[in-house]
Every structure is written in C-alpha cells, then in structure tokens.
Design a protein around this ligand. Structure first.
Ligand code: DAH
Length: 339
C-alpha cells in the first residue's frame, strides 16, 4: 500500500490540464467516490495496526496534495480563460507605424526650400478664382484657348468664377497687393478639364516663382534657373532655354534639363534628345505689371512655373500620374518618412 501511495504522490506532482473538462476528469479519477484515493481510503481498514500511523499520514498527505493540485489547476485555467486566445501579454508592443510624406509634398517642399535659399518666400492664393486673376490681368486675350470650356472648370451659375488653371493667379494677387521688390514662390493645386489618364489629370500641382525689382534681367532668371536645376537634379545638370510663348511673359522660354536618366546621352525617356522639359518662364510682360498697378518703366521682373508631378516623375520615375491621387499605401510607403 505504501508503494502505491508513493507512486500516486509522484503522479500528482506531474499533473497538468488544458481545459476545465480535463481538470474535472482528474478530480473524478482521484477524488470521486470511486476514485483511486477514495479506494485507498476504503482499504485503510485492512492495514496492519502497526503500519496504520505511517500509512494514515501518507494517505492524508496524498489527499491534501491532490486537492491542492486540482485547485491550483483550476485557478491557472480560470486566469487563462480571461485572456482572449492567441494573445500573448508578455510580447513587446507593436511599434507604432510612422507615416510617410506624399511624394508630391516631398518634391514641393524641396522646390520651395531651394528657392527659399535665394530669398523667395511662400505666397498662396485661392483655388476658386475669378477670371481676372487667372487670365485677365495676365494678358490672356478674350479669345485665348486656355479660357475655353474644354480647359477650364467654370462655376455654372457664374462663369466669371473658375477653378484656377495655374498658380500664376497668385502672382496677380501679390502684385496687386504689395510693392516691389517682390520675390515669391507659390505652390498650389490647379485644375483643368482633362480626361484622366496615366499622363493627364483634372487636378495637379504647380509651383510659380516671381521676382520683381528694378533692373531684373533675363540673366538673373537664367542664373536662378541654373541654381535650381543643379540643386534639384545634381551638380552635373545642364540647362537649355528654348524660345516659347506665354501671354504673361515677353520674352518667354521653356527650360529643359539634361536628361537625368541617361545623363544626356539619349534614351526612350528623353526620346533620344538628351533633354527633358521641366518648366516655363520669361520676363513679366509690361502689360501684366501695369494691370497689377506696378510701373513697368521702373520695374521689371521674371516669372517661372513648373508642374510638381512632372518634377516628381523625373526624380522618382513614377510612370502613371494617377498613382499620386489613389492613396495606395504600397506606393506612398516608398517615399520619405515624415520623421
Ligand atoms: N502658367 C503656366 C502654365 O500653367 C506656367 C508658366 C509658364 C508660369 C511661364 C510662368 C511662366 O510664370 O513665366 O502652363
């Protein structure tokens, strides 16, 4: 009998259970009326009287130990039960996910920052504008195609109110409201009535630059552009100015940079020309200065305007414009962290 009790004592030590049912099964096995310990208790009558004391002590020890063990298991299980399955409270917490800046913001900030180093400060204007600030003051003829319904979004009830088609409207406002010297950089969203495709969208982003002072010349413009191109695309970047036409500048030019993909050797991206166009610019037309209340005999200035999407495409080779507005995290996560 003593051996039997000892082997049961060992068994009890090693008991484990992973559900309430298993614990109950153990209780029944050892402690119920027909359980192993109860049967031993019943057998105790037959133990020789000289052994009774030792056997009795061991039996009591066994019973107590079994009761304690089963209570312990119940307690353990009850604790586990309050924690949702699969959750490990000892695990370290998830790292907080840090967002990333939108690629257009990254590039816009860089453009603004580069011009900031040349003394340009930020100016902003409304996206819902009137015809005067977007076209009239900027020397657009009444029948200029840009005013056409196909390009411009008009407000139905008042066709004088439009969504601005370019950030040049901000120059009008600043020139009207301040005296030269003026040195501003105007980032913002613009709208055009275009069918959405991989290369066109009905809204996009521009940065406009304007410098008005006494004796501002085309050479000043060219120098500022060269500085910008090198800062933005690398010190080896070359620029080229081609004559062009904008109603609000005279003379007007378009600026190309040496293709930053093939380094100017020629590739499909630059259509084997070695050059890619990045912005429009020119000397502010005297008509524009006068329309905005600035004496064109005293002051002159230059203006420039560029598309942020275009510059971003050049920097990051994004092939489909629509990705900029789809907010797909897999795309957005690839750009500069906001921290
Ligand atoms: N506003 C022009 C556009 O949207 C861009 C532009 C060209 C701005 C020449 C300028 C400039 O200031 O001088 O296409």
């Amino acid at each position: 009998m003593i051996n039997k009790i000892k082997s049961l004592l060992d068994q009890i030590d090693g008991l484990s259970a992973s559900s309430a049912d298993e614990i109950e099964a153990l209780r029944i096995k050892y402690l119920s009326k027909k359980g192993e310990i109860s049967l031993l208790m019943a057998d105790f009558r037959n133990v020789a009287s000289e052994e009774k004391k030792a056997v009795g002590q061991l039996l009591n020890e066994l019973k107590e130990k079994t009761l304690n063990k089963i209570n312990d298991l119940k307690e353990q299980y009850a604790q586990q039960d309050t924690i949702a399955p699969g959750i490990d409270l000892t695990r370290t917490s998830y790292p907080e996910e840090v967002g990333t800046r939108h690629p257009l913001s990254v590039v816009k900030n860089e453009i603004v920052e580069i011009f900031g180093r040349l003394g340009f400060s930020i100016a902003e204007g409304p996206e819902v504008e009137d015809d005067w600030h977007v076209f009239g003051a900027l020397n657009f003829a009444e029948d200029h195609p840009a005013r056409d319904m196909q390009d411009t979004f008009f407000i139905q009830s008042n066709p004088d109110i439009i969504l601005r088609t370019h950030t040049s409207s901000v120059q009008t406002r600043v020139m009207e409201n301040s005296k030269p010297p003026i040195r501003i950089i105007c980032p913002g969203r613009v709208y055009r009535n275009e069918a959405i495709s991989y290369r066109a969208h009905c809204f996009f982003h521009q940065v406009e630059g304007l410098y008005i002072d006494k004796n501002v010349s085309f050479a000043d413009l060219k120098q500022a552009l060269l500085f910008f191109a090198k800062e933005m695309f690398g010190a080896d970047t070359k620029i080229r100015l081609r004559p062009s036409y904008f109603p609000f500048t005279e003379p007007s030019a378009e600026m190309d940079i040496s293709c930053n993909i093939c380094g100017g050797k020629g590739c499909p991206f630059c259509k084997y020309t070695g050059w890619v166009e990045i912005l429009g610019c020119g000397m502010v037309d005297p008509n524009v200065l006068e329309a905005c209340g600035i004496d064109s005999k005293v002051y002159s200035g230059y203006a420039l305007g560029m598309g942020v999407e275009r510059i971003t495409n050049l920097k990051y080779r994004v092939k489909d414009l629509r990705m900029f507005s789809e907010n797909d995290k897999r795309f957005l996560d690839q750009f500069e962290s906001a921290h």
